[in-house]
Design a protein around this ligand. Sequence first.
Ligand code: CUA
Length: 141
Amino acid sequence: MAMLVVFLSLIAFAAFADNINPPSGMQQVDPRKVSQTPPFDKPGLRRLPDGSYEAYYVSRVFSFTPATLTIPLGSKVTFYVTSADVVHGFFIPNTDINMMAVPGWVNEQTHTFSKSGEYLLICHEYCGLGHQNMFAKIEVR
Ligand code: CUA
């Protein structure tokens, strides 16, 4: 019991004292209204004035929106991801992108695509019976 109290206290200390949070700009979104809330009402790729890109993704059982995305070779892309239902994974092998899609939160990570080809975006958090079919494709060219 004493060890349990020690461990839980350490977790609470780390979370509150060090302000540990999801990998996010602390941006929140109502998971029940994701499809009406900009910019998630129109998920996809947006070009910024500096030439970089933002990619907005919505995860829900058992798919990602957009299901396919084309990214120009050499682009720096910041991915913003949320979930409309349960916790999902958001993993693009061979890139820096590996995060969770958490209902209520917008998580973000950035990667520069310097190799052309087809990339797979997969859910790597078990989210239900169709989990293994939850993926999307990204084409870099
Ligand atoms: Cu979504 Cu596993």
